[in-house]
Design a protein. Structure first.
Ligand code: SF4
Length: 316
């Protein structure tokens, strides 16, 4: 690990100002991904700002009946919150499907959104990787790609986003609230928050240097059955091969977002509209532009089957 300096943030504004003035600065909260990346020298910040003391760890009702989740709410606390369990069950279930109990105790809401891919080549500094080292190439294309993306891919990167929580938030139309270096505030729909890889897979979100997430806001509850189904190589502590997060209404309409298939939580409006016609029709829309590799083309069928299981569960 490289040497770095460290400070505890006293206010959001001060933390943002410091981070904006030094591009080698990182915010740290739970550190469940960042510290691993620093030990491997994939992330090499020269300065860390500990934001744990900023008090952004509450879950509050919004005036319109939605929920504002502070950026520093731990994954365990969010999953166990009574309102989340009652009104946003999809979010609670997705959180509990992720990582381990110990990691969920440390991991935060904002950090979960910002965690980086688990592509094995990204973590192997002896291998070319455009995300880690722009312009060096992509070892997964033509290499081991069983776990990689099948939609939204580019010739530069086929990595997936690893978060379970983000799949639920995408289906629930969450909005990410931030403070920018100039003090301005933004409300970013989660659909626009994560980027596709394109030619710049190292740019994973639309955040500016120094921009800080303060909260994630959920709209008022929409009812329906909330189901999160994660398919993985072992029963716990593994990332999704495919996951499906859905809210299905009694008449069969609903929303569906898919994980393990793209560089961002994957949701297509046409797939939502096709839900009443069944899993085949909806999955066809979800994966209309799929470009799987020989090793991960099984995911195309797996999405349809997992979605079929979710719809069957919703119908009881
Ligand atoms: Fe790197 Fe992306 Fe290729 Fe993985 S898929 S090796 S993260 S460029």
């Amino acid at each position: 690990m490289r040497a770095f300096t460290f400070e505890r943030a006293l206010s959001v504004e001060a933390a943002v100002r410091t981070a904006a003035s030094n591009p080698d600065t990182k915010f740290i909260a739970g550190g469940t991904n960042l510290l691993d990346l620093m030990k491997l020298e994939i992330e090499t910040p020269t300065h860390l700002i500990d934001v744990n003391g900023l008090g952004l760890d509450t879950i509050d009702q919004t005036p319109d009946g939605g929920l504002r989740i502070g950026a520093l709410v731990r994954n365990t606390d969010l999953a166990a919150d009574d309102t989340v369990r009652r009104d946003y069950g999809l979010l609670s279930r997705a959180l509990l499907a992720g990582a381990s109990g110990q990691l969920r105790n440390k991991a935060t809401t904002a950090g979960n959104l910002l965690q980086r891919t688990r592509c094995p080549y990204f973590y192997d500094t002896a291998q070319p990787c455009n995300k880690r080292s722009p312009g060096s190439g992509c070892s997964a294309i033509g290499g081991f790609s069983r776990q990689h993306a099948v939609v939204g891919v580019s010739d530069a990167c086929i990595a997936t986003h690893p978060s379970d929580m983000a799949i639920a938030m995408r289906a629930l139309d969450a909005v990410v609230e931030t403070v920018k270096p100039d003090g301005g505030r933004r409300a970013i729909p989660i659909a626009e928050f994560h980027r596709l890889p394109g030619d710049t897979p190292h740019n994973e979100t639309v955040l500016e240097q120094g921009e800080f997430i303060t909260a994630v806001v959920l709209p008022p509850p929409i009812g329906g059955k909330h189901i999160y189904r994660k398919v993985r190589d072992r029963a716990s502590y593994a990332f999704a091969l495919v996951s499906v997060g859905a809210v299905i209404q009694p008449d069969g309409t609903g929303r569906v977002a898919v994980g393990g298939v793209a560089h961002k939580p994957w949701r297509i409006e046409a797939a939502d509209n096709a839900l009443p016609n069944g899993a085949k029709a909806s999955a066809k829309e979800l994966l209309a532009d799929a470009r799987p590799t020989e090793q991960n083309k099984f995911k195309v069928d797996l999405v349809e089957r997992t979605l079929g299981a979710v719809i069957a569960e919703a119908r009881g």
